[in-house]
Design a protein around this ligand. Structure first.
Ligand SMILES: [Zn+2]
Length: 330
């Protein structure tokens, strides 16, 4: 890190102090157009770490792309020490279809389970392999931005691998990001691949179906972009002071599934990211006449960070993302 150098990702080659757009090529499609992952390299005038941001590995989660757009507009390479790489849309065919995975690839539909991919595998595995090959040698720190997508709203929540450096990156997301859980997905994600390389990655969640109205979507994008800037400041890559969440909890995600079919009605007054006691009521499922069929209760002391957005619910549907809180981190 004695002097800044040119950083190349795919077709984007950025000299120190410049921002360059490009793509990570994957393959050619049947219609004769290339399939490629868009990328922006914001290369600082001064040397430093490389922080890499990934969006839309799930195609129904447009919050990552919005956060990347805001960061691209605001981060000045002249003031940056190190490199910020933005991949706004990883799973391009899924994003174009506005679906979680590529609808044409049912064998490796969930791209967040297949890293580092296979260059000779199914299509999504090839996309993952191209991305992993570009990211691995360059990135030091990585965040993957997720949301509740088509079926849920998720409030600020983070998954870490529990190494101190992973928890540090989570803490650098900034105020409000105190729900920091152990990853339930130890292999197959970009953050798991970063860990395999001895580097640092986390998975973050904010937004989803019930926060896609114009004002709410803008708010979510702004908050995620603020976290990108906060991380740059925490690692002394950008001017300004970082801020941190308090309280900070540790815990595990638990999915609460619908025990009955009907209409999903959260209890009035229950709040996201607010401590509850085991047995507290989160929501009811009622039939078409309003009779209560079942109740969703806190399975342990903790907090919910996500609720399904669509009230129509069928037995077995994912209703609630609950964090079983196991203690404080601060
Ligand atoms: Zn996701």
């Amino acid at each position: 890190m004695t002097s800044a150098r040119t950083v190349t990702v795919g077709t984007a080659s950025a000299a120190p102090g410049t921002t360059v757009r490009g793509v990570i090529p994957v393959t050619e499609l049947g219609g004769g157009t290339p399939l490629a992952i868009p990328v922006v390299v914001i290369n600082g005038a001064a040397p430093g770490r490389c922080f890499w941001v990934n969006g839309a590995i799930h195609g129904d989660e447009p919050e990552g792309p919005l956060a990347c757009q805001i960061a691209l507009a605001e981060v000045d390479p002249a003031q940056l020490a190190g490199t910020l790489v933005l991949c706004p849309v990883l799973n391009v065919p899924a994003f174009e279809a506005a679906q979680r995975g590529n609808p044409l690839d049912t064998f490796t539909y969930d791209m967040n389970r297949i890293y580092p991919g296979r260059p000779d595998g199914y299509l999504s595995e090839r996309v993952a392999a191209a991305h992993a090959a570009a990211m691995g040698p360059v990135a030091d720190l990585e965040i993957s931005i997720h949301s509740g997508g088509a079926h849920s709203f998720l409030d600020k929540a983070i998954f870490v691998d529990e190494r101190p450096e992973s928890v540090e990156l989570a803490t650098a997301m900034g105020p409000g990001w105190g729900c920091i859980m152990s990853s339930f997905n130890p292999t197959g994600s970009p953050m798991a691949y970063m860990k395999e390389l001895g580097k640092v990655g986390i998975t973050v969640e904010l937004g989803g179906r019930s926060a896609t109205s114009p004002k709410e979507f803008a708010r979510v994008g702004r908050e995620l972009a603020d976290s990108i800037l906060n991380i740059l400041r925490h690692y002394e890559m950008y001017p300004g002071d970082a801020a941190y969440p308090s309280p900070r909890y540790r815990g595990q995600q638990q999915a609460l599934l619908a025990p009955a079919s009907g209409i999903f009605l959260p209890e009035p007054g229950v709040e996201f990211l607010t401590m509850m006691r085991q047995g507290d009521s989160i929501a009811r499922i009622v039939n078409v006449f309003g009779d209560t069929l079942a109740r969703l209760e806190a399975p342990a002391d903790g907090m919910f960070f996500g609720l399904r957005a669509l009230p129509n619910v069928t037995t077995g549907d994912w209703c609630c993302f609950f964090c079983k809180v196991e203690g404080r981190r601060d």
